[in-house]
Write a protein of this length. Structure first.
Length: 340
């Protein structure tokens, strides 16, 4: 008996196969069209899902803005007390008028914001003294620095006038700090350049805002009591013997040697002490020791004992005032070779 089997038409099967392939291709095209080009989809990093949803995005800078937002962090902020102001030589109006709300660290920029007490009303006494809002950034407390080491202070050009706006904001930039920023402090400081500042007496001419092109300035060593008042509990600065402080344009350079024939005890190495130069203006109302015009950067401050004679310099802004004297001090960085 012969059995006949009826096979499907090959052409029909091929048509069905081609139809299925075409359908699959069409679906794939629709899927890709809905999600974007295939190459862009494949190149998206998995980490993009961790970007905060609160970050602002734009056509070209959305990713950068999100990364910057993620890098920002808040640190504590406080107001300098009257006793702290007095120990720093600031006898101006109280800083308690300031109400800080935040201090944000974003890369190398630190920004503080706040308002004023009494619904923003600022008494004229702050105008008479020409007070500005100064921002200080400190590290965490450490041996020798119970209040934390001062890492930076806002420049006159970055410090707003007290009462010039409500809310207020002030910022500064730091470069290679010796320690991580841990907290902020704001203070009202006189500049004596206010709109209602009292006129100079006939016996003393008003100081100009431009420094003399050159000359020698008096120089002294910070005493142990002054160090302690500033929160510096490190080894005494009396080991320093300054020889000169030269003003040239907007640069101040100090030189000197060490006591005891240049011998420096190891305690200074253990604390990682550096020689810091301060430049102050002449004494004035609110600043019996003279307003601080500048302080040498860590990168410009030599290590105590690294060389004899030693030298240290800084640059200042002429708008801050006229330099009248220099002060040098040994300050711990806690990065010494033999630090525990």
């Amino acid at each position: 008996m012969t059995i006949w089997l009826r096979l499907p038409n090959i052409a029909s099967m091929r048509s069905i196969h081609f139809a299925a392939v075409a359908a699959a291709a069409t679906i794939g095209t629709l899927l890709v069209a809905g999600c974007g080009p295939a190459m862009r989809q494949a190149s998206l990093p998995a980490a993009t899902t961790s970007v905060p949803t609160t970050a602002r995005t734009g056509q070209a800078t959305g990713t950068v803005g999100a990364v910057a937002a993620a890098a920002a962090r808040q640190i504590p902020i406080s107001v300098e007390s009257d006793s702290q102001m007095k120990s720093a030589g600031n006898d101006g109006p109280s800083s308690s008028i300031l109400l800080p709300t935040l201090c944000e660290v974003k890369g190398t920029t630190i920004t503080a914001e706040g308002t004023f007490t009494n619904d923003g009303f600022v008494p004229n006494v702050y105008n008479r003294y020409g007070d500005i809002i100064v921002l200080y950034v400190r590290s965490a407390p450490s041996p020798g620095y119970p209040e934390g080491m001062q890492l930076a202070a806002s420049d006159v050009s970055q410090s707003p006038v007290v009462g010039s706006g409500n809310p207020w904001h002030v910022r500064l930039s730091i470069s290679s700090p010796a320690a991580a920023p841990a907290r902020c402090v704001v203070a009202a400081q006189p500049t004596h350049a206010g709109q209602f500042a009292p006129a100079p007496t006939s016996s003393a001419a008003a100081p100009t805002s431009t420094a003399s092109p050159g000359g020698q300035l008096p120089i002294s060593v910070e005493s142990d009591s002054q160090m302690k008042a500033a929160g510096n509990d490190g080894p005494s600065s009396s080991i320093l013997i300054p020889a000169s402080c030269q003003l040239t344009g907007t640069t101040v350079a100090a030189e000197g040697t060490y006591s005891d024939g240049g011998f420096v005890p190891n305690v200074y190495d253990r604390y990682g002490d550096i020689i810091v130069l301060y430049v102050r203006a002449a004494p004035s109302p609110g600043y019996p020791q003279g307003a601080q015009l500048g302080v040498s950067d860590v990168s410009e401050s030599p290590v105590v004992g690294s060389g004899a004679p030693w030298h240290v310099s800084l640059s200042f802004s002429p708008a801050a005032g006229v330099p009248a004297r220099c002060v040098v001090a040994a300050q711990p960085t806690h990065d010494g070779q033999f630090a525990p």
